[in-house]
Design a protein around this ligand. Structure first.
Ligand code: NAP
Length: 270
């Protein structure tokens, strides 16, 4: 019998996850069907329960529900617990297992696909929502020299930094200025709203790497601003999308698909 999975979000129509998981299923021979599920903003839990009752085996969770997904899970991986956010739910016989694959997805894209060095680098993470929360632990695990989280709402950045201990600092967006960073990662949804992010020139070290977790045109304003401020390498989040999906596939099916050909296919289709 075909096992059913879905990505749950609001909005969700733009999601490329169904195409990615269909490619993984073809590659691995796993018999799965993966669809999109729009959840009303006030009814995430009921939407997930309905999918489960209809025989669903698991879901990916996208904005703005990752925090709610972590609270819905009856068991959490250590990385999801620390993030207080889950992007992957697996419906087990004894409850709902929640994990967060955004961190390994981002780090693999940066270090393997893009060849960016993180160890010993000064890293700025902009944003403190579900996506930013999921990647702090994985970034620390690479041995970065310094990690600063900057967010529009400073208190959220401070709370996220506190959960990860001493090596992480936090500030408001308006506090960014003189300190240069070698790697700058935009984990805000400002691009979705068409808003520009304030990016002071002093924050971009010469030759820095700028990365936007959004992909396609939504990533362009931040990457253009970073390029003007001196960043030498620019990348959007399409690779992270494919890598976090491969990790979710592993959580559900016990097999990690080869992400490289799927990423190449998506880039070529643009
Ligand atoms: P979220 O939980 O809703 O958080 C949104 C974040 O963006 C918050 O930090 C928020 O700041 C900030 N923000 C929103 N509008 C802003 C503006 N106009 N100016 C400055 N900051 C603003 O969303 P999320 O789940 O973290 O997702 C964030 C982005 O990452 C989205 O573009 C999403 O598509 C992308 N993403 C990509 C991948 C991937 O695989 N490539 C994976 C996950 C997420 P406040 O706290 O002040 O509200």
């Amino acid at each position: 019998m075909t096992d059913r999975y879905a990505v749950v979000g609001n909005p969700v129509a733009h999601s490329r996850s169904p195409a990615i998981h269909a490619a993984f299923a073809r590659q691995t021979g796993e018999d799965i069907l993966y669809s999109r599920l729009l959840a009303p903003l006030d009814n995430f839990a009921r939407t997930v329960a309905g999918f489960f009752d209809a025989g669903g085996k698991g879901v990916n969770v996208t904005l703005p529900f990752k925090g709610e997904a972590a609270r819905l899970a009856t068991k959490l991986s250590e990385r999801a617990r620390r993030a207080e956010a889950a992007n992957t739910l697996r419906f087990d016989v004894d409850g709902i297992y929640g994990d967060n694959t955004d961190g390994p997805g981002l780090v693999r894209d940066l270090t393997v696909n893009l060849g960016a060095a993180l160890a010993g680098r000064r890293v700025l993470l902009i944003g403190a929502g579900g996506a930013a929360s999921g990647v702090v632990g994985a970034l620390l695990g690479t041995g970065v020299a310094r990690l600063v989280i900057a967010n529009r709402t400073r208190e959220r950045a401070e709370a996220l930094a506190r959960r990860h201990g001493a090596p992480v600092a936090a500030c408001g967006l308006e506090d960014l200025g003189g300190e240069p960073f070698d790697v700058l990662i935009n984990a805000t949804s400002a691009g979705l709203a068409g808003a520009a992010l304030p990016l002071p020139a002093g924050a971009v070290a010469p030759g820095a790497f700028a990365y936007d977790m959004a992909y396609g045109p939504l990533a362009e304003p931040f990457l253009a601003a970073a390029g003007l401020a001196g960043a030498a390498r620019l990348a959007d989040g399409l690779g992270m999308l494919v890598e976090q999906a491969a990790e979710s596939f592993l959580v559900w099916r016990g097999i990690r698909p080869d992400s490289a050909p799927v990423l190449a296919e998506l880039r070529a289709a643009r």
